[in-house]
Design a protein. Sequence first.
Length: 271
Amino acid sequence: MTTRPRLFVTLEGYAVEGGYDQPGGPMTCYSPTVSLGRHAGPGVADDLWHHYERVLDFVPGLGFDGIRLTIEWARVEARPGEVDQRALERYGEVIAYARSLDLQITLALVDAVWPSWLGQEAWLLPWVVPHVLGHAQLIVASFANEITGVVAFTRPRELVTNGYLHGTAPPWRRGARRDAAFAHAQIEGLLAALEADPVVGPRLVKSCAAMTPDVAPDDLVTARHSLDVDELYVRSLLRGSGPTAVARGLLVRHGDEWRVDAPQDFLRALR
């Protein structure tokens, strides 16, 4: 018998927190092309880094069991080996606030970006492997008592296809099939190593699926009752800004205020 998956909404740090890839802020794999003016970075985005609590207040009323929160590696470790304890504390504050709302929390470790110091070709470089494992161990050990689970790579296939085959994301290559295969194999190897890790492995979400707010409400209801996964994600609570922004979010900002912006039939399907 299929168990109904936990329904989470995502908060995808790079696109919503603000401050990335600009002077004085954390630098990611997008920083070279943002600096060259090939596309706009997220800028101040929605400044969720300072105001996460304001949007988290909406989540219980929307009908979600919890959130999937991206812990942005570039913010936590802007330089190799230098962990920003204040950044960890701030993420801890966000997690504690979500828990105070009776929300469950899954953490995402690598979503669409990674620190600039890992290099554009991070998923081809063997020396990156211990850094990924160390980052995962740090985050899980820091928040193990507060979280529901961990997703190591939210979209591992997209990291490879967009970066090495379609040329729409770092490292901006097209048709590099051999390197795409190598990057895919390295990410698969990392996932296997994380599953075997005594700190990280027990926390990994075993199966999950994602949908967008544009999905038909009937499809959302069907997914909630038929998908054999542990967690079902709606991407995202906020649209965000910059190259990784999603097409639509469930909340929109008007001046200093937030409000729900989703069709009523979709909201009913959430509940």
